[in-house]
Ligand binder design. Sequence first.
Ligand SMILES: Cc1cc2nc3c(=O)[nH]c(=O)nc-3n(C[C@H](O)[C@H](O)[C@H](O)COP(=O)(O)OP(=O)(O)OC[C@H]3O[C@@H](n4cnc5c(N)ncnc54)[C@H](O)[C@@H]3O)c2cc1C
Length: 402
Amino acid sequence: MINVGIIGAGASGLAAACVLAAGAEDVCVTLIEKKEQAGKKLLLTGNGRCNYSHTVISPEDYHASDPAFISRFLERFSPEDARSFFLSLGMLSAERNGGLYPASFQASSVLNVLLDALKQKEVPILCNSAVSDIKPDDLGFLVKTEEGKTYRFTHLILACGSASGTKDRRPFNAYSLLEALGHTVAKPLPSLVKLNGAEGFEKAWSGVRVRARVSLDEDSDTGEVQLTDQGISGIPVFQLSHRAVRELEDHSSVSVELDFLPEYSAEVLTKLLSATDKNRAVLSVLRGWLPRKLAEVILKKKHIYPETKAGELTEQVKRDLVGFIKRFPYRVTGHGSFAESQVTSGGVLLNEITDDFGSRLCPGLYITGELLDADGKCGGYNLHFAWGSGKLAAEAILRGKG
Ligand SMILES: Cc1cc2nc3c(=O)[nH]c(=O)nc-3n(C[C@H](O)[C@H](O)[C@H](O)COP(=O)(O)OP(=O)(O)OC[C@H]3O[C@@H](n4cnc5c(N)ncnc54)[C@H](O)[C@@H]3O)c2cc1C
């Protein structure tokens, strides 16, 4: 008889529990969860719709200490495997812009099928139980909780996720549990997070949503950017945040550039400006191109009086103005907190983990999901890693059983 304890009833822990519970009659599984309910974060994902995977995934979609590990992982758990996993639990999927979602477009469908499968197999989920100590011994693992309970397991899956997106009164302690077991943790930092600056004009553009290309050197992403009273946010900003946040560790600021009219070349825009009615105020022209607040910030930064007539602008000033709209420099000096981020970068080094997500240092221990030093872009990649790592760890435990 094997007796598996899973610490953390989030995405990877629930997936692992479903595979174990369906795998063999003589496997006993227990989930231990510190929150009052299982899968709370799942309900927040994809703005309540749960973008649970992506139709096309490649190793480049992840930041990882060992990219080859991710390649091997994706060979064993593809987007089709994710879709089949949920179909086996009775959930239909739908695709939107390459992202995979439950057909209901409700995150609660994902959580419900997972919890229903566990209920059917009578898998206990012990909520309000925060694991505070793990002692490996000859029989497996002795696990203690902050609430004073002790449990014994032959195998343990650590699926504690990260501090991202949660406001917990208790500090996130999984890294110290893992370090006590001999593992090395690459410095955790918030990722998929907003970037803050202190240029002095943030209040003036606050509330604007604009389509833009955001670039950090050769990396760029295009989509809706939110201009806030603290800086910049939105998916294109999130996609560059892993790198920006890491660079801010070593530098006091990082320069990003925003192209506020990515579909138009500088040449075309300069021609349009030249061809406009000479008596039209320049602010009125820019209001046809950009949200008003943003146009005002741009003119102020370029020291151009908003009522200046288009005909009064020299060719050089027109080119400068257009260049500024296309390559608006923004100095990033900070970023959102863990609670404000969607994922955490850093975590347990992948070279300390087997391809089955087993610990190379502590036999019988498995580590899954966001606890590991692999974080994906925005778009279903992080949950894909969570389901896949949970499933592969559970299958390895089942294989080792016989
Ligand atoms: C707002 C938001 C939106 C997101 N949207 C998406 C999306 O659409 N697509 C996508 O791919 N990813 C998304 N993500 C990221 C995704 O949710 C995570 O990457 C994923 O949930 C990680 O799975 P996990 O199993 O590693 O951890 P989690 O799902 O975080 O689960 C970990 C669980 O362990 C518990 N735990 C922690 N420590 C202990 C302890 N000591 N004892 C007991 N229990 C403990 C936690 O309470 C938690 O329930 C989003 C994240 C956020 C915050």
